[in-house]
Design a protein around this ligand. Sequence first.
Ligand SMILES: Nc1ncnc2c1ncn2[C@@H]1O[C@H](COP(=O)(O)OP(=O)(O)OP(=O)(O)O)[C@@H](O)[C@H]1O
Length: 474
Amino acid sequence: MTSVEHKRQNFVKCRLLFCPYSYSKWELELLIFKNNAKKPVSFLIYYLEDRATQSLLNKLIRSNVVNNTNQVEVLQRDPNSPLYSVKTFEELRLKPQLLKGVYEMGFNRPSKIQENALPMMLAEPPQNLIAQSQSGTGKTAAFVLAMLSHVDPSLKWPQCLCISPTYELALQTGKVIEQMGKFYPEVKLAYAVRGHKMERGVKIKEQIVIGTPGTVLDWCIKLKLIDPKKIKVFVLDEADVMIATQGHQDQSIRIQRMLPKGCQMLLFSATFEDSVWKFAERVVPDPNIIKLKREEETLDTIKQYYVLCNSKEDKFNALCNIYGAITIAQAMIFCHTRKTANWLAGQLSKEGHQVALLSGEMVVEQRAAVIERFRDGKEKVLITTNVCARGIDVEQVSVVINFDLPLDKDGNPDNETYLHRIGRTGRFGKRGLAVNMVDSQRSMEILKTYERHFNKKIGRLDTDDLDEIEKIAN
Ligand SMILES: Nc1ncnc2c1ncn2[C@@H]1O[C@H](COP(=O)(O)OP(=O)(O)OP(=O)(O)O)[C@@H](O)[C@H]1O
């Protein structure tokens, strides 16, 4: 190639970033440089869902089961058989060690989905189940209890196999197995995840194996560590996340095909798009189906205010006044950009607040650590960009501050994100307080759009008047 030809070359650069506008997406930016130009003449942006990260963060922030007032829908394989549901864990006749484990975890009674799913999963002969309900409604706890109930600890080989979409999610489920099985130490657990190097042919003695599809397949086929014909219970968790990951769907089906005919197949998903449904039907033959509709969020129990400001410094002063006047257990503050979030975190720290900062450039482990600290109350303020606006369940947070109002990627009002940031589910949901900082004519217009859309008044708050602020807390 001559130098002249070289100069005429077009080239493309890619950047993978965490999307600043949405909670669960990665942004792939393609910069097209024509004729070696310094500036790209066009660029394309793709959004790739990162559902696994969202699911993990959601699990980590949650400290309790999500209450859902919707009716559970049950479709039985045999519609003539009586429909069992339980209101207590005693009715399930669990092994005493497991009942103790359940109570030790602070569970007093089965969650809504567990009321129906547990009797089905524990029935004799074993029944297959597809269950769908939003994250946090108790699915993991349910299938963990089923696996622990079905194993025979005197047999030293894998009998229950659970596959999760990612390393982190598998570890998280493993923790639940360890907690619930705390008083049942004869039952052992093995992790089939990356980094857990095993020699070919060494038989696994643990009765429960949890892992990701690729490693589980290796353990079954290549390394022959697990005899799939001896598996009694197969769990496929987070089916919606699983199929969103390249290759996982086929791997899961390959694993399922190796299992014996009588093996109990259980599949769980937080959502049920058509693609998940098709996949579920391939993995679980003759299923019973349990569905619990997602509970809608509302603004009914939220007091909403706005504060007029001129600059970010002004917003910060307003925030300090609010903090000075009312006691805030935990608050989440949303900023539009990473830069503002960093600046605000610095300012609040200088004022002596314990601040946690969550932003897009952090890797999943870092974000998980920040969220766990916040959930445990080690920090009282969580500042974040839009990245986790929806990934995080904010029910436990009583005060939400929109330091910048939520906008979509084109800078227009984003009703869904506004609702999700400050909304609560359930008619009996805890009361909350939301304060919106308005700093321009445009942001005032956006605020009015939210007011009209939700048909809920957003009152003005004068943050220079401490008495007035005190009143909003009552
Ligand atoms: N019966 C129960 N009583 C009280 N808390 C419960 C009960 N069942 C589960 N929990 C708790 O509720 C939270 C959510 O439960 P779990 O993780 O099982 O839900 P999930 O539907 O599997 O959610 P995800 O889809 O995010 O995994 C956990 O903190 C769990 O310990």
